[in-house]
Design a protein around this ligand. Structure first.
Ligand SMILES: *Cc1c(COP(=O)(O)O)cnc(C)c1O
Length: 408
């Protein structure tokens, strides 16, 4: 019998996603772990109940359904094997993961620094719920880098990063921000949803706590919601306790879906990387597109940081359409056949969304003329996606005569 759950340092990510968090090898066993659904956990003695209760915030203790079941723990360990750190806590959604470290560590009077490009619902939670509890929430320029030191005060407790921002794609100088934070005794939290552990390891770059929406790439099929918080041992218990205060419990069924998605993550991410970059390059050549915002393109202002800190890209990027007309942009988005209109991303299907970053910023101005269209490259064939984009752009801009588009 081999213990499949222990990560080996010399394994590549492909091997890790195929092995981590699975049951032991043995005769007559299924490949995937059978699913435990549970509220009550049975014990043989009062002493056993008392012992489990004492250890209920420790990693892997099966005590009561809300504290986790064996499959949830195995999946959490698999994620830790990819992200690094000591442990992972699965929570009901990505937003729950964003909020958990804030609830666990911030007290009235504390100062929280947040990237201005933060995921907008997290911004709302911080600006309303966290601020209401007496925390001074200040937003900072995502491109601030080492300059963050000037914003750190004696009462600064936490710096929250997201790299790149999932609408405007500024890449943050994570090592520089973490160095400034460490020098001042400030903890750091980073949202790693865009990259996943396959393309960026914030813990290796100096971040204390990684949060992510497993709803996106890890689940990978747009049919379950899950959040993950990964941390060092020093922060683990406080995060588990806060998850309990909030009554968070990741559904074992959703964790099963995420564990299933994890098995194909490396293969899918390679394709999202490739198709996303191919579409971005193609769009960069169209006169109807003013700008393509994709960190993997040399034209991106943070391309050097992306090259330094990331192993690859994912399928999400944005374009600025060369039109001031919201109606033209909407006609383009609605006319696309292969890109669905909808929130989220990370599934197999391509998506499109119109967005106005200006209204969700306070520390920086969004000065871009033209309409921002966020695109998500799914797993359809790249030539079909290109043809769809070209056709819809030409139709929406009414520009069919002299600016034809060549689909390679
Ligand atoms: C989607 C998303 C979240 C929230 O995840 P949900 O699972 O939808 O709650 C958080 N951060 C980023 C960057 C996201 O894209």
């Amino acid at each position: 019998m081999t213990d499949m759950s222990a990560p080996r340092r010399d394994w590549h990510d492909d091997t890790k996603v195929a092995r981590l968090g699975r049951a032991h090898d043995g005769d007559g066993l299924t490949v995937n772990r059978p699913l435990h659904r549970a509220s009550t956990i049975g014990f043989s003695s009062v002493a056993a109940i008392d012992a489990a209760k004492k250890k209920r915030f420790d990693k892997g203790t099966v005590f009561y359904g809300r504290f986790g079941t064996p499959d949830v723990f195995a999946f959490e360990d698999a994620i830790t094997g990819l992200e690094g750190g000591y442990g992972t806590i699965a929570v009901p959604s990505g937003l729950a993961a964003c909020v958990l470290p804030l609830v666990a560590f911030l007290r009235p009077g504390d100062h929280l620094l947040v990237t201005d490009a933060v995921y907008e619902p997290a911004r709302t939670s911080m600006g309303e719920f966290i601020r209401r509890n007496g925390v001074d929430v200040e937003f900072y320029d995502p491109r601030i880098g080492a300059g963050i030191a000037a914003l750190i005060r004696p009462e600064t407790r936490m710096i929250y990063l997201e790299t790149p921002g999932s609408l405007t794609f500024e890449v943050q100088d994570v090592p520089a921000i973490c160095a400034a934070a460490k020098a001042a005794g400030v903890m750091t939290v980073a949202d790693n949803t865009w990259a996943t552990a396959l393309n960026c390891r914030p813990i290796d770059l100096g971040v204390d706590i990684v949060v992510q929406s497993a709803t996106k790439y890890i689940v990978g099929h747009s049919d379950a919601m899950l959040g993950l918080v990964t941390c060092h041992e020093a922060h683990y218990r406080a995060l588990r306790e806060a998850a309990n205060w909030l009554g968070y419990r990741a559904s074992p069924d959703d964790v099963y879906m995420a564990a299933r998605g994890l098995r194909t993550l490396t293969a899918r991410m390679r394709q999202h990387h490739e198709t996303g970059i191919a579409l971005a390059r193609f769009l960069e050549g169209l006169p109807q597109v003013r700008r393509v915002i994709h960190p993997a393109l040399p034209s991106h202002p943070d391309h050097a940081l992306w090259k330094r800190d990331f192993a690859g890209a994912s399928g999400l990027f944005a374009i600025i359409l060369d039109t001031p007309s919201h109606a033209t942009a909407a006609a383009f988005a609605e006319d696309l056949e292969l890109f669905g209109l909808g929130f989220s991303w990370g599934g197999y299907e391509s998506l499109v969304l119109l967005a106005d970053p200006a209204h969700a910023r306070t520390a920086t101005n969004w000065t871009e003329d033209g309409i921002l269209v966020r695109l998500y490259a799914g797993l359809e064939h790249v030539d079909d996606l290109k043809a769809d984009l070209a056709r819809a752009i030409l139709k929406a801009t009414g520009d069919t005569a002299n600016r034809s588009v060549h689909v390679a």
